[in-house]
Design a protein around this ligand. Sequence first.
Ligand code: AMP
Ligand code: ZN
Length: 115
Amino acid sequence: MHRDENCLFCKIIAGEIPSNKVYEDDLCYAFYDIEPQAPVHFLVVPKEHICCAAAINGENSGLVAHCFEAIAKICRQLDVDSYRVVNNCGDQAGQTVKHLHFHVLAGRDMTWPPG
Ligand code: AMP
Ligand code: ZN
């Protein structure tokens, strides 16, 4: 499993920085966002360090599919049936942590287009 020693989410996955875990399996880790933007707001990350959505390719896209399977499973467990999945890729889109992650937001009305 590739890891980046300077990456916040790699440290969270390794348990070196505490997090409020929602779900974990061999390939992904999910935890509540420290600055929630909705009543339900958690992040799902592949355990493998992938910097961003722009680095998804034929070698690692199975991990992305796995993350989305985990999202569906977690939402069923939390009894959440309507939710928004967000990925910010790159600085202009607002990506602050350079480890691929999917925000899952629920529990309030969502606006469109997003800000
Ligand atoms: P992004 O801005 O899309 O890169 O998302 C990064 C997210 O990580 C933000 O929503 C932050 O609130 C969240 N975050 C940063 N540090 C932590 C942490 N230690 N535990 C949980 N969430 C965090
Ligand atoms: Zn990482």
